[in-house]
Write a protein that binds this ligand. Structure first.
Ligand code: SAM
Length: 290
């Protein structure tokens, strides 16, 4: 006899319990995916019988999650700034803290408009991964044209799909290469970067979900700052005279990243931004005081 929805859910919770902090919530999401229904339907129809194909699909999803794979990869998408992004093992799962970088970017773009700057803003997103930053800035600001780079051609496949799904492909160009190499010679009003910043010794092994993410999206070298040490000195040459830049990194790296940005931009005031948890997470610099 086919298993009931309630029995499948209970089985899923027990499979996930050893590896997940939220086994019930995860099992609900995976069961909703396997049954192609809303979670509310599961709560209301515990006694319903599931057909064998979705029951098998659910078992496969639970086993993937139990192996440590991030929920976002198992489901195939991640929420970011109110939108759904396709994600898989080709890209980093966009993090909630990066939503603050978007807030900073949008604040800058709004201030430009209020100051009567000409329409049309050129933005550069370096290390775009899933395209979370590039596509969100383009979607939130119809005035922005975003160039985005990544060393990973596989990540860019995902970014292009996301730009298409979010209807911003017309205003996003994706380029494969290191840092701003592929857009050499261009100038931007706003440069955004969330480059790899996990110190190599801090990258956990599997089954930690982080270990499923691409190494080139995580590994910031011995102290986490290798990528920024190489990229930040390029940034003044990329910015328009009234441009700005925002960099994301781990809280422990902030003092050194701030010092690097201050050395690079000399007289320009450098600001620190904070994430949801109140941790220092962003460094912002504007080339003109506003
Ligand atoms: C921390 S992930 C950020 C992904 C995405 N921007 C986000 O915020 O979710 C860093 C990204 O930078 C890319 N990357 C690493 N080194 C790079 C380099 N030298 N130049 C350009 N991209 C690089 C990685 O492939 C990865 O996609």
């Amino acid at each position: 006899m086919p298993a009931s929805v309630e029995a499948l859910l209970a089985r899923g919770i027990s499979v996930l319990a050893p590896s997940s902090d939220s086994p019930r919530a995860d099992a609900m999401l995976l069961l909703a995916r396997a049954l192609d229904c809303e979670r509310e339907w599961i709560v209301a129809h515990g006694e319903a019988r599931a057909a064998s194909a979705p029951a098998r699909r659910f078992e496969t999803l639970c086993n993937l999650r139990a192996s440590g794979m991030p929920m976002a990869y198992v489901l195939g998408f991640a929420g970011f700034y109110g939108r759904e992004f396709l994600v898989d093992e080709r890209v980093l799962v966009p993090r909630p803290e990066t939503e603050h970088l978007i807030d900073e970017a949008l604040t800058f773009l709004k201030a430009r408009r209020s100051a009567g700057m000409p329409a049309g803003t050129n933005v550069l997103d370096v290390g775009t991964g899933s395209g979370a930053i590039a596509c969100t800035v383009a979607a939130e600001n119809g005035d922005a044209f975003v160039h985005a780079t990544d060393v990973s051609a596989r990540a860019l496949e995902v970014a292009r799909i996301n730009a298409g799904r979010l209807n911003v492909a017309e205003r996003c160009r994706f380029h494969c290469g290191r840092f701003a190499g592929p857009v050499a010679g261009r100038r931007f009003d706003l440069v955004l970067a969330n480059l790899p910043y996990v110190p190599t010794p801090d990258i956990p092994p599997r089954p930690n979900p982080i270990a499923f993410e691409p190494r080139e999206a995580l590994d910031g070298g011995p102290d986490g700052l290798d990528a920024y040490r190489e990229f930040v000195p390029e940034v003044p040459g990329l910015l328009e005279p009234d441009g700005a830049a925002v960099f994301e990194a781990g809280p422990a790296l902030m003092p050194e990243l701030v010092a690097l940005v201050e050395r690079t931009f000399r007289a320009r005031p450098v600001e620190v931004g904070y994430d949801y948890a109140g941790h220092a997470r962003f460094v912002m610099v504007a080339t003109a005081s506003r």
